[in-house]
Design a binder for this molecule. Structure first.
Ligand code: ADP
Length: 221
């Protein structure tokens, strides 16, 4: 299964990728996590992307396309993958199509999690992230005074530098301007599954499962 999880920042891509990994036994490739790991390790790539990320802007296409090209060659991605955070521009989507065509592979579906701007802002402004396992949690400002540790690995949770209100607004604008055109791009390829991302985590999960199963049935006919 070759999937893209698509949606604005805060739409729930990371949350849903967890169950897809376990259901289909394929890796999630989250470009934001890859970039943050490079930054933490202080690599030249990490240095290069820092400014773009902190301003809520997109990292240049050629940098991201290179990262994905290398990542898709890894052994664990040979039976499928879940892309989270890529593609974010039409140029990235075209490059991905070319890469997959060369490998004789194709996308099975693009899962678009649709969420209103107001809900995105609410979710992101109280979001805390685990630096070790990348899980996210939500706390009110009062709860955040006494922040618990990650229940999975006891790491100290932190608020991403780009999850502050001004940068969140910019990231959503960048999504609308540069990334939302991919809705038409993938609709035209009949790959898009347009899902209400404001339902509960469980309901979104059930909807994704239903739609992927329906696609499989049609594909098997
Ligand atoms: P979000 O919560 O906005 O979905 P991510 O963790 O996916 O955040 O990405 C964080 C930042 O990393 C983005 O704002 C952008 O600067 C950079 N980034 C990640 N993926 C891409 C990409 N495919 N193209 C350009 N920039 C990217």
């Amino acid at each position: 299964m070759n999937l893209i999880l698509f949606g604005a920042p805060g739409a729930g891509k990371g949350t849903q990728s967890g169950f897809l990994i376990n259901t289909y036994h394929i890796p999630a490739i989250a470009t934001g996590d890859i970039l943050r790991a490079q930054r933490r390790a202080g690599t030249p790539l990490g240095e290069k992307v820092k400014g773009y990320m902190d301003r809520g802007e997109l990292v240049p296409d050629e940098v991201m396309i290179d990262i994905i090209r290398q990542r898709l060659q890894q052994p664990d991605a040979q039976n499928g993958f879940i892309l989270d955070g890529f593609p974010r521009t039409v140029a990235q989507a075209q490059a991905l199509d070319e890469m997959l065509a060369r490998l004789g592979r194709q996308l099975d579906a693009v899962i678009y999690l649709r969420v209103s701007r107001q809900v995105l802002i609410e979710r992101l402004s109280n979001r805390y992230t685990c630096p070790t396992c990348n899980s996210v949690y939500h706390f009110t400002p009062e709860q955040a005074h006494n922040l618990p540790r990650c229940p999975k690995d006891s790491s100290e949770l932190y608020q991403r530098t780009d999850d502050t209100s001004e940068i969140v607004a910019r990231r959503i604008d960048v999504f609308l301007k540069h990334t939302a055109p991919l809705i038409d791009y993938y609709s035209a390829q009949a790959k898009l599954e347009n899902i209400d991302g404001q339902m509960s985590v469980e309901e979104v999960r059930a909807d994704i499962t239903r739609r992927l199963a329906a696609r499989k049935r049609v594909g098997a006919r």
